[in-house]
Design a protein around this ligand. Structure first.
Ligand code: 4AD
Ligand code: MG
Length: 430
């Protein structure tokens, strides 16, 4: 019999097929057995009518435990009320493994319990939908850069120095030396864009975040494009185009998953360029006039970001922060040396920062002075300074955190649900 995946059943109406999957849930009404089977591509209701089956088969269907692995042979029937528009009339069923009592029932559990059972929790409907959307986001990102002729350049995970501040470094023994897990591939992308023009890296980033928030993981995935002969304004245009592309792709290709998550798509449909743009100084003004206390000079915290995004329906670009609160590699604004040529994108619905980026310092002397002022080890940055000795040009880029974007699209309350196996403060199991 033809083996078919559930998301293809529609093409097999009135045909006999074989399904390989797991029992998600079941119920019975004396004369009927209803088995809800999942196979990774979807869910389908498999039905057995007592009068049509041997007593043995009918009784077997009633006793298969949740999450047992099953192979079902059956006939595909059109059923407009079922998800996917079809159901399966069972002809035969083979239990590959009879599962032990499954720890996750369909009632609700606490987050600690679910995270401790993450290896099983990813089978549940909403978690499954979220990770499918993550897959779509990743595909959209790769397609976007491929279509725009960017070259994928993988950045190393072991690095000799900090990119995003020394307080969140993970240190590891590296033979007789120390190394750090990468916080960002940016510095390597700066090297790569001088070789390839337009590049990006996409990989895991590590930060020893010691605070428990709903936005921070210790291991997260970041995509980081970098462009030679580009400035802050080029990067702002690109972030807007890029984020709109991702959002619209997910709406188009993952409607079932968004529905499983009960996501209000009308809000996401509005995510098209242009996005509102505010300088940091204008954002401070907005907060102060709106009665939200904030003093010029500080970095934006989560409550400040929330206040700002609540004023808009689309993501907001905040540019030109005080140089003091930003990383060493940022170029200062020639119009006002206290400001950095940087941009953060804040997503709506309380999500906050999803992108950080900007224009890089391209002058040797200034960069070298900044490295010293930030107390960074000059030796480890020799290669980076070389880039300003040999054909330095204005260049710019940004980093987008995948988990925060997936969380926004899925309406998740915490980024831990947007990565298959989250790593957080005090959580490294399973
Ligand atoms: O703003 P960040 O720190 O910028 C950089 O790392 C730059 N070097 C990127 C670049 O210009 N190439 O981080 C960029 C994004 C944030 O906006 C956020 O979406 C995500 O990475 N991010 C995190 N996501 C989850 N958990 C964490 N601990 C994160 N830290 C940053
Ligand atoms: Mg940032």
């Amino acid at each position: 019999m033809t083996q078919v995946y559930i998301n293809q059943l529609n093409n097999y109406k009135d045909k006999e097929v074989c399904l390989k999957g797991w029992l998600y849930n079941k119920r019975s009404s004396g004369k009927m057995q209803f088995l809800l089977v999942r196979d990774g591509t979807g869910l389908v209701q498999c039905v057995l009518f007592k009068g049509d089956a041997s007593e043995e088969l009918f009784n077997l269907c009633g006793t298969i435990p949740q999450e047992s692995s099953v192979i079902v042979n059956g006939t595909v029937r059109e059923d407009k009320r079922s998800p996917g528009g079809v159901e399966l009339t069972i002809l035969d069923i083979n239990v590959v493994q009879k599962a032990e009592e499954y720890p996750i029932s369909l009632k609700s559990h606490g987050p600690d319990f679910l995270l401790g059972n993450r290896h099983l929790w990813i089978r549940s409907k909403k978690q499954h939908a979220t990770l499918r959307i993550r897959d779509e986001v990743v595909k959209a990102i790769r397609d976007y850069f491929y279509e725009k002729d960017f070259v994928l350049i993988d950045a190393p995970v072991f690095t000799p120095a900090a990119c995003e501040g020394t307080t969140t470094l993970f240190e590891v023994d590296y033979f007789d030396d120390k190394a750090y897990l990468t916080q960002s591939g940016q510095l390597y992308m700066e090297a790569a864009c001088m070789a390839f023009g337009k590049v990006y890296c996409f990989g895991p980033s590590f930060r020893a975040e010691k605070s428990k928030t709903r936005k921070h993981l210790t291991e997260f995935w970041m995509v980081e494009p970098e462009i030679a002969y580009a400035d802050l304004s080029d990067v702002m245009d690109m972030t807007e185009d890029f984020v709109s592309y991702i959002v619209q792709r997910v709406i188009k290709n993952r409607p079932d998953e968004l529905e499983a998550l009960e996501r209000d798509i009308s809000l996401l449909k509005k995510i098209v360029p242009p996005f509102p743009r505010l300088s940091y100084t204008e954002a401070v003004d907005l907060m102060q006039k709106g009665g939200h206390e904030f003093e010029w000079g500080g970095d934006l915290g989560a409550p400040d970001e929330s206040f700002i995004v609540e004023q808009f329906e689309k993501p907001v670009l905040i540019h030109r922060f005080p140089a003091k609160v930003k990383a060493f590699y940022m170029k200062n604004d020639p119009e006002d040396n206290n400001l950095a040529l940087c941009v953060d994108m804040l997503a709506p619905e309380g999500v906050g920062e999803i992108i950080g980026g900007g224009q890089r310092e391209d002058e040797l002397d200034i960069l070298s002075e900044k490295i010293n002022r930030h107390n960074l080890p000059e030796e480890a940055f020799k290669w980076y300074l070389d880039l300003r000795r040999y054909g330095s040009v204005p260049h710019a880029g940004f980093g987008l955190g995948i988990e925060r974007v997936v969380g926004w699209l899925c309406g998740s309350s915490h980024v831990r649900e947007t990565i298959p196996f989250p790593r957080m403060l005090y959580r490294i199991y399973p």
